[in-house]
Design a protein around this ligand. Structure first.
Ligand code: FES
Ligand SMILES: [Fe+2]
Length: 392
């Protein structure tokens, strides 16, 4: 009699919290957007590279699915289902041996493909059983370990996002951090892209009047241009040189992209904030933020710029301000989640014409994903979007 088989396959479509996809078909567009999951068929950030040291494991959750991340002794990152098939404890409690992940409890050892290759106990004269845990494709770029929670056959076709000036000799100075909000991802992206909320930041941001000057919605890519008038207050002489779009002017602009599922905001072509969401479940979202600052021009040097190491010296001053602004965002978005949980069907008035596009995109991508899970095929347009390089 052979030991039980454990086959690495996608779980059936109706798994929690994904089972909300049925409910997602009912109610207003806003309600459906608040219930939708995110398409598993993209690369999502799982950890910053520096958090996953050689020989370390980390527990990560994508939309309710527990994933064990580990870095092998050769430096390569790997991701396996975070559940030992033997007694079910999390493999992320285990240890790394070479390129294997060894379960903490009885020492069952899995290779990077998720195959059981050793047991640290007596096998009672029996052959090693055929046991496999699910493997998730993992890659590393921009100081982030990315995982592909969806269909492995799509991972190879799906590019990572391109972030201009994030790498190479012309890279801008960078700052990175992550935050987890107790809120659905649709609320998080609404906060990131909908600058009608600048009121909440008061004098922490230098903007007075802000208007949505232009917007587009094309397939999976939405863009918004926000124009600001800089507030003339006591801080204006200090903030204006950094935030104005033209020397001596008083205008500022923020160009935003949401190229599903990645977000970017470019301020005056000099500061780029990219934000990558990891939907943990229906009411928790982690965001990995990478902020890039173009080094300032050297006066009278024919357009040459200070080295980025110099710009990097400013980061310890910028970080606490940025963190406070995100704290203000987090507080209000979590309050929104509380209100929505209490009364999900209560309609809310909305004036911003782009909110509808964000909700439509979120719902459409989730429905396409659910359909893919059932059929295993992509339509022609979906395939084109799946393979397109998303430049932020
Ligand atoms: S529970 Fe993992 S080896 Fe027993
Ligand atoms: Fe904000």
């Amino acid at each position: 009699m052979r030991a039980a088989f454990f086959v690495a396959t996608l779980p059936p479509v109706d798994v929690s919290p994904e089972s909300t996809h049925h409910a997602a078909r009912e109610g207003s567009l806003a309600e459906r957007a608040r219930r939708a999951g995110m398409s598993f068929n993209h690369w999502y950030p799982a950890a910053f590279s520096h958090e996953l040291r050689r020989g370390k494991t980390l527990a990560v959750t994508f939309w309710g699915e527990p994933i064990a991340l580990y870095r092998a002794d050769d430096g390569s990152p790997h991701a396996l289902e975070d559940r030992c098939p033997h007694r079910g404890i999390k493999l992320s409690h285990g240890s790394v041996e070479g390129c294997r992940l060894v379960c903490l409890y009885h020492g069952w050892s899995f290779d990077p493909a998720g195959k059981l290759v050793e047991m640290k106990h007596d096998t009672f004269g029996k052959k090693l059983p055929t046991v496999t845990v699910r493997r998730y494709p993992a890659r590393e770029r921009y100081g982030i370990v990315w995982i592909f929670p969806g269909a492995a056959e799509l991972a190879a076709l799906t590019p990572l996002p391109e972030i201009p000036f994030a790498e190479g000799p012309d890279a801008w100075a960078s700052l990175s951090f992550a935050y987890t909000w107790q809120a659905h991802h649709s609320m998080v992206i609404d906060n990131l892209c909908n600058l009608t909320h600048l009121w909440v930041h008061g004098r922490w941001v230098p903007y007075g009047e802000t208007v949505l000057a232009a917007h587009t919605a094309e397939q999976d890519r939405l863009t918004l241009r926000w124009d600001h008038e800089l507030r003339r207050d006591l801080l204006h002489p200090f903030t204006a040189p950094f935030f104005r779009s033209e020397p001596g002017g008083n205008r500022s602009e923020t160009f935003m992209i949401y190229d599903y599922p990645y977000q970017s905001a470019l301020s005056n072509r000099r500061v780029r904030s990219t934000n990558f969401m990891l939907p943990i479940d229906a009411s928790r979202t982690k965001v990995f933020s990478l902020q890039l600052w173009q080094p300032l021009a050297i006066p009278f040097a024919g357009g040459r710029r200070w080295p980025r190491q110099l710009a990097a010296l400013a980061m310890p001053f910028i970080r606490p301000i940025t963190m406070e602004i995100f704290r203000q965002d987090g507080f209000t978005v979590e309050e929104e989640q509380v209100a929505w949980t209490a009364q999900p069907a209560r309609p809310f008035p909305e004036l911003n014409p782009m909110v509808k596009h964000f909700n439509q995109l979120g719902v459409r991508k989730w429905e396409q994903y659910v359909a893919y899970r059932a059929s295993g095929t992509l339509g022609e347009a979906e395939r084109a979007e799946q393979t397109r390089v998303k430049v932020l």
